[in-house]
Design a protein. Structure first.
Length: 270
């Protein structure tokens, strides 16, 4: 991906750490949306696991043009570093009036990492209206570890988001977020292109850290969501503190003394 100055701020990184996703509305121009949709209709060959971006997406391809767009490249560099590899790609198609939806799930079946994460890019080349279904997300669920479809029995959770968006919108997701493709009740096909990126460099202070001490950082990390109660919400904030400590390489960072209290083990040597 091209070098870019469009790095995320600390506040936006904290928002990602808390919510598990970032949304970039209408960042892809109309001409590229047209090219991308045609490519999805014709079929896109798969990519072997761990392929470098330049090898996975040749110059001039719609996918290379997509990841080189400055807002997209800057966000990816902030999240997974300058040289991530492509884990895999997929084109998800929802047929008109298909009458079924994906169960709520997380893609990280056996992924228990707390100090690193993959990023999934989801790109929508056309408008997604309410009757087209869109992608369902549960904000703040990414650090609550589950085994793929453990959450599939749940039909609706308080505070969930069902995506509607203008054409050219990109979502960047933590690999663990609970999500699912909703059924398409419209008369039009719905397309989504997904790329999963693996970092190859430590995910430490990769973004614009000039606002690292902004009080809004702690405010973002303290955000609560309606799907959990107060007690379990504390667990999510504790998990965010652990992630933020890893991202900033600062093991003194804390919110309401929770991580400091839990790590207090006098006399322990290991």
């Amino acid at each position: 991906m091209e070098t870019t100055s469009h790095l995320l701020s600390s506040v936006l990184m904290a928002r990602f750490a808390a919510q598990g996703f970032l949304r970039l509305d209408s960042v892809v121009p109309d001409d590229l949306n047209t090219v991308a949709r045609e490519a999805m209709e014709n079929g896109i060959p798969g990519v072997p696991y761990g392929t470098a971006v330049k090898e996975a997406f040749p110059d001039g391809s719609f996918a290379r043009r997509l990841v080189d767009l400055p807002p997209v490249a800057g966000a990816l560099r902030s999240l997974v570093g300058p040289d991530p590899t492509v884990d895999h790609i997929a084109v998800h198609v929802r047929e008109p009036n298909e009458g079924s939806a994906q169960p709520l799930h997380g893609d990280a079946i056996i992924d228990t990492r707390r100090d690193a994460f993959d990023v999934q890019l989801m790109y929508y080349p056309h408008e997604v209206t309410r009757d087209m279904g869109g992608t369902l997300l549960v904000p703040g669920s990414h650090l609550r570890l589950t085994n793929e479809t453990d959450t599939g029995r749940y039909q609706n959770l308080r505070g969930q988001i069902r995506l509607t968006c203008p054409p050219g919108t990109v979502l960047l997701l933590h690999h663990g977020i609970w999500h699912g493709g909703r059924r398409n009740d419209s008369a039009h096909r719905r397309y989504m292109f997904k790329i999963r990126f693996n970092p190859t460099t430590p995910q430490i202070r990769l973004w614009d850290t000039s606002d690292l001490d902004d009080p809004a950082v702690v405010a973002e990390l303290s955000t609560t969501f309606p799907w959990y109660e107060q007690a379990t919400g504390r667990l999510e904030i504790y998990n965010r503190v652990a992630l933020w400590r890893a991202l900033t390489d600062d093991d003194t960072f804390d919110i309401e003394y929770w991580a400091t209290r839990v790590s207090n083990r006098p006399g322990r040597t290991a």
